[in-house]
Design a protein around this ligand. Structure first.
Ligand SMILES: Cc1cc2nc3c(=O)[nH]c(=O)nc-3n(C[C@H](O)[C@H](O)[C@H](O)COP(=O)(O)O)c2cc1C
Length: 176
């Protein structure tokens, strides 16, 4: 699958995963894709925790009832600083850095035949990020920002519709 096919084929998968492991070899490819993402001033601010230990997964599953989270053989967490140092000119880019890393990982997930979903809203409420942090021993200055359940999809997901090019794109000026 080339890069453009990966982009076209990526989708958010919320259903059950097959009871099939993600080998460490594949997991490492996905994580390396995250490390290779661009970052503001190359500060590489995002940190990652990959969980494939069934006992730890069991504890983590209590924080989110989504079938994908309940059945994923792997959960990847992206961590950022709660109070980041500026990368340049007083600006920190850690949110953008994490987004770039996550998108790289989602495309790698697709390329390797797995599925995933960017879970951020569902992690940021009701003390869920803090519950994950406590289970994983994450220090208080770090925020557990995004979670990616990864596995082999069992079901067909309805693809989200995208607006047509003309609705969001114009050439040589706004809405020309
Ligand atoms: C910043 C961000 C946060 C998201 N948080 C969640 C979430 O908490 N739960 C969820 O089910 N989907 C979440 N998503 C996935 C979006 O709902 C999904 O990308 C969107 O519906 C488009 O579908 P697609 O990914 O299949 O193209 C998030 C996506 C982004 C970019």
């Amino acid at each position: 699958m080339d890069a453009l096919e990966c982009i076209a084929n990526r989708y958010s998968y919320r259903h059950t995963f097959k009871d099939v492991p993600v080998p460490r070899e594949d997991l490492e490819k996905i994580l390396i894709a995250g490390l290779q993402a661009p970052s503001g001033c190359n500060k590489q601010t995002t940190e990652f925790i990959a969980v494939d230990d069934p006992a730890i997964l069991d504890q983590l599953r209590k924080v989110n009832s989504m079938p994908a989270v309940q059945t994923a053989p792997v959960l990847i967490f992206c961590l950022i600083d709660r109070q980041p140092s500026p990368a340049s000119a007083g600006r920190a880019y850690q949110v953008e850095d994490a987004a770039a890393a996550v998108q790289n990982m989602l495309l790698s997930v697709t390329a390797l035949g797995y599925a995933s979903i960017w879970v951020q809203g569902g992690l940021s409420v009701d003390g869920k990020a803090e519950a994950v942090a406590a289970i994983l021993g994450v220090p208080s200055q770090k925020l557990v920002f995004i979670m990616l359940p990864v596995g082999v999809p069992q079901e067909q997901e309805v693809r989200a519709e995208k607006l047509p090019l003309a609705a969001r794109v114009s050439y040589n000026g706004y809405k020309k």
